[in-house]
Design a protein around this ligand. Structure first.
Ligand code: FE2
Length: 160
């Protein structure tokens, strides 16, 4: 089965976004399965259309979230989304022209397309939001400024 597995290392720590990434991955896998099983053109085209629709919705929601929290690199991130949307559009066009693209090639494209973006771009949103929360706590006096080299109690507790 040429599926792409969800792993916890893909979680950015923002539930609404992680949930949508899992749904996107499920759609990608549904597509790969349909190709592997040589399902009809109608079936495959419907899945790709759903994948594109869901991608648009997801990018929209993620961008709304970045605006809401005032994520500083949201302009750059939005540009990456535009590139991804264009890439999947071309992918769809190519697929219709050459119907016999090997499933492994499709899998690799979709893996790069989705997984690399999550790991390289979306992960930064989660990290920034957590760092921002720390800064807020320190500013509000809810937390002491960490001394460099000091191991926070909760992290130290998990070690050996
Ligand atoms: Fe993103």
């Amino acid at each position: 089965m040429p599926s792409i597995q969800w792993e916890d290392t893909l979680a950015i720590g923002i539930y609404a976004i992680d949930r949508q990434h899992m749904d996107l991955l499920a759609l990608v896998n549904e597509f790969l399965k349909a190709i592997a099983q040589k399902r009809g053109k109608d079936v495959v085209e419907k899945i790709v259309a759903r994948l594109r629709e869901y991608t648009v919705l997801h990018f929209h929601d993620e961008e709304a979230y970045m605006n809401e929290v005032r994520y500083p690199a949201r302009g750059e991130h939005q540009m990456r989304h535009q590139e991804l949307a264009r890439a999947v559009k071309l992918f769809q066009r190519d697929l219709y022209k050459h119907r016999d693209v090997p499933v492994e090639q499709l899998r690799q494209f979709l893996k790069d397309w989705l997984i690399n973006h999550i790991l390289e771009q979306d992960m930064k949103i989660g990290k920034w939001v957590r760092a921002e929360e720390e800064r807020r706590k320190i500013k509000a006096g809810e937390k002491e400024v960490p001394v460099q080299g000091e191991v926070p109690e909760d992290e130290g507790a998990n070690e050996g």
